[in-house]
Design a protein around this ligand. Structure first.
Ligand code: ZN
Ligand code: ZN
Length: 407
C-alpha cells in the first residue's frame, strides 16, 4: 500500500488500525446527552477520559445525501455536486432525482483508499445511498434494506443475513440501523477491513424526541456496538449527517409554510416552482417536509419582490439568492434554484398542501433541513492531536481527523 492518498485537495494517511467512521443519521446531540443521563450509554459516558468529544457543523441543506457525500468525499457539495435528493434540471426542464452516481462530481475517499490497496467496507441502512457511497469502490458495499439480495459480484460479500443472524429488517424500523452495526461487527471480527463506513437511518429520531424510552433504547443499542468496536481495537469515529428538531407548535401541530400555495395566491398565477430537495422515495415519517426549500422563478424580474414577500412570512428564517446560498453553504450553483428559503427551528417548508401526504405522521412532526439542525457531534475513541480547539470543525472533516489527527 502507498502511505498517503490525495482526494479532493486533501491528503489522507492510510489506516494503521481498522478505522470505523459512523454517520448516525439525525443525531441531534441531545439524544446522546439524554441517553447518558438515563444511564443507557455507559461507553459514550466514559469516553471523554480516553477519547474526544467535539461539536461540528454539517452541510446545509441539513439533509442525508448531501452530508453523507460530504463525509465520504471530505468536501462540500460545491465539490461533489449532491445538494439534495432532487433538483430542477434546466436542460430537460424536469425535476430530477439525484440518487444516481452520475450526478457525483468528485471521487470518494472510500474508493481511493481501496484503489491504494486498503480493504474498504460500506454498510448503509437504506439502499438509496448505496450507489452513491459505493461509486467506483472495489470492496464490500451493501444496504441493510436489501441485505437479502447481496451477492459477491454486486456487493463483494454474500450470505450476510445468515452471518449477522438477524431477519431482514423493515425499512421503517430501528432494526434497519441495528442491522448496520451488527453487520459492521461481523465484518470487523471476520474480514477486519482497514476502513469501514457505517451509515444509519433517522427513523427513530423522526419519531421520538431525545430522552424518550424509545430514543434511549436506540442509543443504548448503538453504545453497545461502539464499545465492542473499541474493544476490538478499532479507531471509532462518530458523527451525524444532521440534527433533528420538533417542527410543531405547543400542542404538537406541525408548523408548515406552504410556499407554493402562498406564492400562487399572492401572484394569482404560477410565477414560480417550489422544489423541496428532501423529497425522496421514503417520505412516510416526515411527509417530505423539512426546513429548506428552493424556488425556481419563471420570471426572474420578480426575484426582489418575491424575496421581500417571503421574508415577511412567519416561520421563514432567511431567503437567499442563488449566489448568496451557494457561497454561504458551499453549494453547486447549477443545482439550487433562484432562491433558497430556510425555515426557522420550529417550522418546515412545504410546496402545495395537496402535494404532501401527512397520513403517515402518527406522532408530532420532527424534521431537519435548516441551519437549526447544523450542529452535530464529532466523537472519537482517541485523543485529538494537532487540531486547534478553536477551529470550526465540519462533519466532513471526520475522515481527515480519523486518519491524520488522532493520537
Ligand atoms: Zn439524515
Ligand atoms: Zn430525515
Amino acid at each position: 500500500m502507498t502511505e498517503v492518498i490525495n482526494v479532493n485537495s486533501r491528503s489522507y494517511r492510510l489506516p494503521s488500525a481498522p478505522t470505523i467512521v459512523i454517520c448516525v443519521d439525525g443525531c441531534e446531540q441531545e439524544y446522546i446527552n439524554q441517553a447518558i443521563q438515563a444511564g443507557q450509554a455507559p461507553f459514550l459516558a466514559g469516553l471523554s477520559a480516553f477519547g474526544t468529544v467535539r461539536t461540528g457543523d454539517c452541510v446545509v441543506p441539513s439533509f442525508t445525501n448531501p452530508n453523507n457525500l460530504s463525509i465520504v468525499t471530505g468536501a462540500p457539495p460545491s465539490v461533489h455536486g449532491i445538494c439534495g435528493n432532487f433538483f430542477f434540471d434546466q436542460e430537460v426542464q424536469e425535476e430530477v432525482l439525484m440518487n444516481d452516481a452520475k450526478y457525483l462530481r468528485a471521487p470518494t475517499i472510500l474508493a481511493e483508499l481501496a484503489r491504494a490497496g486498503g480493504r474498504v467496507a460500506v454498510v448503509t441502512a437504506k439502499d438509496k445511498l448505496r450507489s452513491l457511497l459505493g461509486h467506483e469502490l472495489e470492496g464490500i458495499c451493501f444496504s441493510a434494506e436489501k441485505a437479502d439480495q447481496v451477492s459477491l459480484a454486486e456487493n463483494g460479500i454474500e450470505n450476510i443475513l445468515a452471518r449477522v443472524g438477524m431477519p431482514l429488517p423493515a425499512v421503517y424500523s430501528a432494526e434497519l440501523s441495528e442491522f448496520v452495526f451488527a453487520a459492521g461487527l461481523s465484518l470487523l471480527t471476520n474480514e477486519r477491513p482497514d476502513f469501514m463506513y457505517l451509515s444509519t437511518t433517522d427513523y427513530v429520531q423522526h419519531k421520538f424526541a431525545p430522552g424518550t424510552p424509545e430514543a434511549n433504547a436506540f442509543y443504548a443499542m448503538m453504545d453497545g456496538y461502539f464499545k465492542r468496536y473499541h474493544e476490538e481495537g478499532a479507531v471509532v469515529a462518530i458523527t451525524a449527517d444532521h440534527g433533528m428538531n420538533a417542527k410543531t407548535d405547543a400542542i404538537g401541530h406541525p408548523n408548515i409554510v406552504f410556499l407554493q400555495n402562498l406564492l400562487d395566491t399572492r401572484y394569482g398565477a404560477r410565477i414560480a416552482r417550489v422544489l423541496l430537495p428532501i423529497t425522496d422515495p421514503y417520505v412516510v415519517h416526515h411527509g417530505a417536509l423539512g426546513s429548506y426549500a428552493t424556488i425556481y422563478l419563471h420570471d426572474r424580474e420578480r426575484q426582489r419582490d418575491v424575496t421581500d414577500f417571503l421574508v415577511g412570512i412567519a416561520g421563514v428564517e432567511a431567503v437567499l439568492t442563488r449566489s448568496q446560498a451557494s457561497q454561504r453553504f458551499e453549494l453547486p450553483e447549477d443545482r439550487i434554484g433562484d432562491l433558497v428559503v430556510l425555515g426557522e427551528r420550529l417550522t418546515v417548508l412545504g410546496s402545495a398542501a395537496d402535494k404532501h401526504d401527512l397520513s403517515g405522521l402518527t406522532v408530532p412532526l420532527r424534521s431537519h433541513g435548516g441551519v437549526s439542525e447544523q450542529k452535530v457531534p464529532l466523537i472519537f475513541n482517541r485523543k485529538l492531536a494537532g487540531i486547534d480547539n478553536a477551529r470550526r470543525l465540519r462533519n466532513f472533516d471526520i475522515i481527515d481527523i480519523a486518519l491524520n489527527h488522532l493520537a
